[in-house]
Design a protein around this ligand. Structure first.
Ligand code: IMP
Length: 195
């Protein structure tokens, strides 16, 4: 594989994936570089949405395309917002509001456990699609802490740590994030299959 397209316009995802995939393929392009549109997400699972985004981009540009569908699942909210994590931030995206919404819905629930999931879908020009999943467990804090990262990072404390993802520099988050774990599986697949 000479060129891999990151089928997303999300700057947080692009920053993390670009760093995680460093050295794997000679050239990485983004949806923005190729002026690809981000299709609406009608799926009800991370796998469905990631696959749809990767295949749509691959059909539009002809390169191998990698899409990430991810989100925050809160156990006391029966897994919400989950695949709807971006939607809870409205248009234009407002994650302060989305974090407030999560905290309001949680109220005084004693169970503040949550997890991030990332599903990466890799769509090849010959029609094959492979998916890779990563997950990180943690707890939610209030008020939000830290200015690093993106999305819900300022309220998520990964298990075994004191800092939120919002208080961690990129390299630290990359050592334990859902996206990093999914990418590890992707990298192993690419190396084992000579792509
Ligand atoms: P989607 O994959 O485009 O549906 O958007 C996923 C949404 O989940 C993002 O916009 C973020 O709000 C949230 N999300 C996914 N991964 C992370 C992360 O690593 N940190 C914080 N929020 C995340």
């Amino acid at each position: 594989m000479k060129t891999l397209v990151l089928a997303t316009h999300n700057k947080g995802k692009i920053k993390e994936l670009t760093a995680l995939l460093d050295g794997l393929v000679p050239e990485i392009k983004t949806a923005e570089d190729l002026r690809l549109i981000e299709p609406p997400e009608y799926g009800t699972t991370f796998i469905e949405n990631a696959t749809m985004k990767a295949v749509t981009a691959m059909r539009a540009c002809g390169y191998a395309c990698l899409a990430d569908d991810s989100g925050l699942s809160v156990n006391a909210l029966n897994g919400e917002p989950g695949v709807y994590s971006a939607d809870w931030a409205g248009h234009p995206r407002d994650f302060k509001m989305a974090m407030n919404l999560v905290n309001d819905k949680l109220g005084d629930a004693s169970d503040r456990s949550a997890y991030f999931t990332s599903v990466l879908a890799l769509a090849f020009p010959d029609g094959r699609v492979e998916t890779f999943e990563g997950r990180v467990n943690g707890t939610l804090c209030w008020p939000p802490r830290g200015l690093e990262g993106f999305g819900y990072d300022p309220i998520f404390i990964p298990q075994g740590h004191d800092k939120t993802f919002g208080e961690m520099l990129l390299e630290e988050k990359q050592g334990m994030s859902h996206r990093a774990f999914a990418t590890e599986k992707l990298v192993e697949y690419i190396k084992n299959n000579n792509h």
